[in-house]
Write a protein of this length. Structure first.
Length: 419
């Protein structure tokens, strides 16, 4: 993965690592000045709309970015640091005491590490800062599992508490769902003054506070994930697509054209396009153990900017970059055609069918681009699923679908043409 540190990266992590509240806001202003220019340039390169207010979109994107990775992340870190000292072991024996002490120590260390993360020391040591971020993100699921294991004997001992029902489409591990429902049920019973909660507290003094505090930490851990600037540009891209949809305007001018210059696809060909084959509700193929590593398809598509070896061929690299640009244009084509169709239909009437088709394709396109961009940043499938609120299999399904589509596209693009 590309480990080059940009000026924007340095300002991002200087802002996020600032512990003082007043200096934190000042550091964001410094980051804002640099980031807003970059986001406006990013949007202007991707739009042919003459009246697009890139500055306003950049402001909106940065405000959302500040809310999510600045304020929300900081509040989650404060919740963890405030809750940890109040987690006192229960009367479950010395092994339970050691488990609690070990887990709270690990949580405190993890919280301090991610909230103080900067790229300066990593640059000096020669380590990859993106690999460091990925490694810290991969520490979150094990810490959550340890917390669930810590609460499992408590759940078994506090029987009879009403549990909340799991969602029908819940894709979390069974033990995670079981503990989550137990914590929610105990919290509800305590707030309602239910006899079962009083009985549990009398049998095991401090159990309500212990379960509530432990689960609050488990639930807050994903918010501590170290963000990258790629997330800011994903937000900007999403706002841009929303703007195009709300206007019913054509994003890039001209009726959809294939990368090879062919006219729009016929219905049979369109049915094979990955956006038409993609289902946002589909769980994907069965898990084959692929996790976090660089898949051949992603590397071939240029999603992994690895350092070239001594035999690196610049001409070959330019061909690969050109092919990637053409493939992304191919991915965008159905959305552009749907925008144009909606614009034309809305000039004649309500255009409800066209709008529904546009919204469907816009949602699919946004999810595909977000998944691929997060993979570029080195995020694991579990981390991407957590960020988007979808299952890991759905992420895997999108990645595999794009790999297959790219393989077919590149084979057709590079095939020698007859006279």
């Amino acid at each position: 993965m590309n480990s080059t540190v940009t000026q924007l990266d340095r300002k991002l992590y200087a802002w996020l690592a600032e512990p003082d509240g007043r200096k934190f806001d000042q550091a964001f202003k410094v980051y804002y000045a640099e980031a807003s220019v970059n986001v406006m340039r990013y949007l202007s390169r991707r739009s042919s709309l003459p009246d697009l207010d890139c500055e306003q979109l950049a402001v909106d994107a940065l405000l959302k970015f500040f809310s999510r990775v600045g304020r929300d992340r900081r509040q989650a870190a404060e919740l963890v640091s405030d809750t940890l000292p109040r987690l006192q072991p229960l009367d479950f024996g010395p092994f339970h005491v050691r488990q609690v002490q070990r887990w709270t120590t690990d949580i405190g260390s993890f919280r301090d590490t991610v909230m103080a993360f900067t790229v300066t020391g990593l640059e000096d040591s020669g380590r990859s800062w993106k690999a460091e971020i990925q490694g810290l993100s991969e520490d979150i699921p094990p810490l959550q599992r340890q917390g669930c294991h810590l609460l499992e004997p408590v759940r078994a001992a506090v029987a009879g508490i009403a549990h909340t029902a799991a969602a029908a489409d819940d894709d979390k591990p069974e033990d995670y769902v079981r503990i989550r429902n137990f914590a929610a049920g105990l919290r509800t019973a305590a707030s309602d003054g239910a006899p079962a909660a009083s009985a549990a507290e009398s049998r095991h003094p401090g159990v309500i506070r212990f379960v509530d505090g432990s689960w609050s930490i488990i639930d807050a851990l994903p918010l501590l994930r170290i963000p990258t600037n790629g997330y800011l540009f994903d937000i900007a891209q999403s706002l841009y697509l929303d703007e195009c949809k709300s206007r019913g305007r054509h994003k890039r001018g001209g009726r959809g054209v294939t990368p090879a210059g062919n006219p729009p696809a016929a219905d049979g060909e369109a049915a094979r396009h990955p956006l038409f084959r993609l289902s946002l509700d589909e769980g994907g193929s069965q898990d084959d153990g692929f996790e976090g590593g660089d898949s051949p398809g992603l590397t071939a598509m240029g999603f992994d900017a690895a350092v070239p070896d001594p035999g690196f061929d610049p001409a070959s690299e330019r061909i690969g970059e050109d092919l990637c640009e053409r493939f992304f244009a191919y991915l965008r084509r159905p959305l552009e055609e749907a925008e144009e169709a909606y614009r034309e239909a809305s000039a004649r009437g309500p255009a409800k069918a066209e709008l529904k088709r546009l919204e469907s394709l816009s949602g699919k396109s946004e999810r595909v681009m977000t998944v691929l961009s997060l993979r570029i940043e080195g995020q694991t499938q579990d981390a991407i699923a957590e960020t988007l609120g979808i299952s890991r299999n759905q992420v895997k399904y999108i990645v595999e679908l794009m790999q297959s589509a790219y393989a077919q596209f590149s084979a057709a693009a590079l095939r020698p043409r007859g006279r």
